[in-house]
Design a protein around this ligand. Structure first.
Ligand SMILES: [Zn+2]
Length: 89
């Protein structure tokens, strides 16, 4: 599986990625997502309040916080999509 980096605005884990803790760190002009960043409420019944991302690359971090890639999960169990050309395997 390609583990492309997840970014706000283009990727989702059930709901849209909302994170902004890595403001200034971007791919395709969109902020990179890390553990603790939240996903928009989604699903039926809703996966809310907005669940945080709980999985990431332990060895690829920004300010010590793991970056999220395709296949990493939010607290609700949904996994995120990622940018296919920028992979962190
Ligand atoms: Zn969910």
């Amino acid at each position: 599986m390609s583990r492309g980096v997840a970014v706000v605005g283009l990727d989702s884990a059930g709901g849209a990625q909302l994170g902004n803790q890595f403001a200034g760190w971007t791919v395709e002009g969109q902020t990179i997502v890390g553990i603790g960043d939240t996903v928009a409420s989604h699903g039926l019944p809703p996966h809310s309040p907005p669940p945080p991302m709980v999985e990431g690359a332990d060895w690829f971090t920004i300010d010590g916080i793991p970056v999220c890639r395709a296949g990493d999960a939010a607290a609700c169990g949904h996994t995120t999509t990622g940018r296919s050309w920028f992979t962190i395997d």
